[in-house]
Design a protein around this ligand. Sequence first.
Ligand SMILES: Nc1ncnc2c1ncn2[C@@H]1O[C@H](COP(=O)(O)OP(=O)(O)OP(=O)(O)O)[C@@H](O)[C@H]1O
Ligand SMILES: [Mg+2]
Length: 426
Amino acid sequence: MKRFRSGEVDHAEPLQKQAAAKNELSYTYAQVSLRKQKENLPVFHYKNALLFLLEQYRTVVVTGDTGCGKSTQIPQYLANAGWATKGKQGIAITQPHHIAAVTVAGRVADEMNTVLGKEVGFSIRFEACYDINTTLIKFMTDGILLNEIMKDPLLRKYSIIVLDEVHVRSVDTDLCLGLLKKIQRKRPELRVIVSSATYDADKVKRFFDLGSQHDNCATILHIGGKRPPVDVFYTTNPIPNYIVSMSETILKIHYSQGPGDILAFVTGQDEVDDVISNLKMELRKMHPQKCKAKMSLSILPLYSRLPMAEQEKVFERTPKHVRKVIVSTTVAETSLTIPGIVYVVDCGFTKLNIYDPQSGIDSLSVCPASQASLHQRAGRCGRTRLVIPCDVSCEIFCLTGFCGKHIVCQFLHCTLGPMCRGHCPT
Ligand SMILES: Nc1ncnc2c1ncn2[C@@H]1O[C@H](COP(=O)(O)OP(=O)(O)OP(=O)(O)O)[C@@H](O)[C@H]1O
Ligand SMILES: [Mg+2]
């Protein structure tokens, strides 16, 4: 295993840089190699720092702006540094949603020039794509990690667990955090990386430090560098019905703005359907002669209950004269990179599972989204154009939303009974 000690230099790097410099001349504006894209990401400059900190600390909390490369690059650095051994111990990375686990795994497999399911795999409910003998990097949902803990309480199959997008604070994420802290007491060699773009890193560090006999149990690595600026527009007047306003805003962008796909956020599946039918109705009403748009619209829904094949359609590139509009729930809020997204329309609300002590039942309620959520949603635009300098303006039309700083922790607001039953071994 290649390990880094204080003051050690990675000699492979200058050679890589020289090779990249030689190849640079062959890069064209439209075609930038995957390696060049990787080197342009802010996290690239923190590779050695991360590997060094993992030698010194059991837990590293990684923070960095959205799109800086946390989910796609960190697993590759770990695998290349020898933190995983084929058929013995691997690297597990959790994602909050199925679609995120599948697409990020696909991207990492592409970047490592391997077939998905060999060195890089994923495991989600009802679908597994990995090989126990060859997979080094395995993406999974938080729920799958909990199931793995049920089967092997010390997670001996893994040398490092990366809890990604921890700001989501779902019940599963919180359970994973607590259980990993316990596992580390029994397995001090197990490393944990907790990463997020929008979370209070000190809080996580304190959590992992607390009750430990070792002084330096956890540390924070902040990845500097900002993503290209995003213009944010807010409505100045209160909106009586954001479903209608959302369709109007999407059409306004379509008719007045340049090329680029649109991603719209609403709170649930019913609202996704409402916005889509509203949009289709408005488009039908439009007189063809009055319609000034040079492009046609392709409208796609995205929510977690949609079959996987339908969800994957949002990643397909559209023909030149077609503008893609994706109407999504919070599924697209974190971790996803949807190529071509330049405009984000955000309703500013989210659905939370809230326990009502009087009736004794949980119910999904629409609440203002947190600042962290809004920042994450904004971070979905302009991601695939990072590598090429271009003057495309990325815009957010936020219809409302003033709220707490972080996403509400679900653990405190719902009953845990059904959740515990879901993870009990049968
Ligand atoms: N499927 C993809 N297609 C094209 N480019 C991609 C894809 N996935 C990632 N990228 C590129 O890699 C960059 C880093 O993505 P990554 O998901 O690692 O960022 P991140 O730091 O985890 O962001 P977030 O906090 O939003 O999850 C993106 O900004 C984008 O430029
Ligand atoms: Mg990510």
